[in-house]
Design a protein around this ligand. Sequence first.
Ligand SMILES: NC(=O)c1ccc[n+]([C@@H]2O[C@H](COP(=O)([O-])OP(=O)(O)OC[C@H]3O[C@@H](n4cnc5c(N)ncnc54)[C@H](O)[C@@H]3O)[C@@H](O)[C@H]2O)c1
Length: 339
Amino acid sequence: MRYLSGPASEVLVDRGLPDPLLPVREGRRKVLVLSQPGTDFLAPAIVDRLDDVEPVVVPVPDRDEAKTLGVLDIVYHRCAEAGIGRHDTILGVGGGATTDLAGFVAATWLRGVESVLLPTTLLGAVDAAIGGKTGINLGGKNMVGAFWPPSRVIVDLDVLDSLPRDIKVEGTAEVYKTGLVGDPAIVDAYRDHGIDAPLELVVPAAIAVKTSVVIEDLRESGRRAILNFGHTIGHAVEFASGLAHGHAVSIGMVAAVTVSERRLGFNHKDEVISDLDALGLPVNAPEVDRDHLMSLVERDKKIDAAGIRMVLLSEIGEPVIDHVTTADIAAGLAAIGIS
Ligand SMILES: NC(=O)c1ccc[n+]([C@@H]2O[C@H](COP(=O)([O-])OP(=O)(O)OC[C@H]3O[C@@H](n4cnc5c(N)ncnc54)[C@H](O)[C@@H]3O)[C@@H](O)[C@H]2O)c1
């Protein structure tokens, strides 16, 4: 299956890796491969398909430890040592943290080189690698970044099928979220099959929602913001507690459906919370300092002169972007056990 997520960006979904791995590109001599711990099993197949270029493999730290200025500095130096030029490619292999880093390196090295992303987590495949947002953390999630669409995203369903259960559960939060904002069939699939909803069904459906939104609004000036459902409070919980992104988004969705009920009369709050719980996702926040959390919510990029903007739901599949009050946020926080 092939989806376009912009004029020069394609997403390939299949079982196994495509051959050739990279899109045809004249003058490419080298590929800097940023690889996350735990993805070594893919190395032979990757190197096998890069026989006409020189691969330079750079292991990066796990999870968001990779999204730091320190790691960026190391990777830029590796680019310089390897002589990565304008026609060369940065290939990110791993979960969303590695693909975010790889995309940002590609966006900024020599003012922009090609990136290709090979997401190895469910979350990466349906969300992080799709749509061109790249970045690192600096005093908050993704505070430094760029919109830099990859030329190709490679989603191998065999890799996703082999994920350890806990990582699969984490990623399911973003797939389910995509269903809530864009395709109720995804929500139904999880209600029917639980965590084992067929990947052939939910992964392409979630990618189709994301690519259709992103193709209209790459820079998040409008509709793309609906994909941030659960993220305003979720990102703050993630940064304050160090919780995994998918877990934090699940908690953020509990807060967001609570605010949706309060402001828009959304009447599926309890079903959503029970779905998340049944999928093995957390619905309550760990202990975090409330004032710190509020300051992170206010520092979030979704704030403008009129206040905090949040993505809410009027119905499943019907997102609404609304300004919310401090009392709304307080109600959302109370629903996740922070008062
Ligand atoms: N750019 C975007 O639009 C966007 C969207 C959503 C999330 N994100 C970012 O994505 C990151 C979270 O991504 P993630 O949840 O994919 O996690 P991750 O990159 O933090 O990886 C999670 C874990 O999965 C392991 N892993 C990866 N692939 C594996 C495999 N095939 N088998 C076994 N283990 C494997 C990793 O080693 C790691 O321990 C966050 O930094 C978040 O900010 C970005």
